[in-house]
Design a protein around this ligand. Sequence first.
Ligand code: SAM
Length: 363
Amino acid sequence: MSSPRKSASPAAVADATTPPSLAQDGGQPNIDVDDDGDSAFADGDNFSETTSLASSLIRGHIMNGRKYSSLRSDYWGPSDESQFESMDAGHYNLLTLDSNQPEPLFRSPVVEPQNILDIGTGPGTWAVDVADKYPEAVVYGVDLSPPPVTWMPPNCHLQVDDVLEDWTFRENFDLIHMRLMLGAFTDNEWRDVYRKAYDNLKPGGWIEQVELDVRVMADDNSLRPDTLIAEWGNNFLGCSERAGRPLDTQLTMKAKIEEAGFVDVQEHLYKCPIGGWPKNKVLKDAGRINFVQWTAGLEGWAMFLLTNWGSPEPWTADEVRVYVAKVREELKQPRLHIWHYTVDDEYGVANLNDRGLQFVLTY
Ligand SMILES: C[S@@+](CC[C@H](N)C(=O)[O-])C[C@H]1O[C@@H](n2cnc3c(N)ncnc32)[C@H](O)[C@@H]1O
């Protein structure tokens, strides 16, 4: 790793007008549409200064014009500039959705943390922001690929490693965080990761996981069933099933985390709008940022899975590019009131073995 990068302060997005309760504990009310507003387009300014890939330590593996980690050949996601832009937008999208929370960076009730681990840290944005905000803590981020950071706080350590290998951390953690690790592991690999997380947490420590549902939905008839977006989620759920690393992690992680010995989960459910169509100011901001996450991420989400596991047979890279271009055009339709689920689960801490579990599902 080289050249750490300074991440923008979460406060930049945390001061937006407080939304009505974004975590819907009961039913899922429709999000009010801003009839006067324009469309899905984000302003873009938030992300214009994003990434510059500085590392030559790990050159990665180039396939179909995208850069993948050379540590594993089975992980679907590229680690390159546009994917880091998408991941950064995902980070700010979630900070915006949680801007009414006392701590938008995580929901675990961790007080004065000393050691924090971010598994699959990607661009390291979450780890850097947490380290910045908690200077007394040491924050580790681990990923298969080097992050594109050019600055990081001295208490932040971003490492290139495979979490399926043995963990050699000297101290146990107060909080282990994972976000958007969907489709990274087989069922048995997930069990291995949760067991290691359990073994590497302090008594009373917390694990927090944020995952999204790849299916796109709408409460009204703005999403026609014959569109590519309407079928997007099922297309990729199918690919990931065939790959043996299902993308529906948000549905399966709870049972596996409990199986690892954790107790007391708390869960919250959100709707994440894509585009600036909601009336509510915070949801509008979040939707605009989420639109950037989607448009920057589309090709990277699609390329590996479709060229390896597409149906009825693996697609060519050009077929994927054409498909993605069409989906991107569909996303720009002005009256599309689409969202994907966000779930945030919390259970209280029990003292069975002095371990608390919080996992936050976002889908
Ligand atoms: C979709 S990205 C999410 C990044 C970040 N957590 C975020 O929310 O922006 C998933 C990350 O997990 C990393 N990853 C996948 N498998 C891994 C493994 N076995 N060990 C470490 N990192 C892994 C990938 O390299 C990728 O950067």
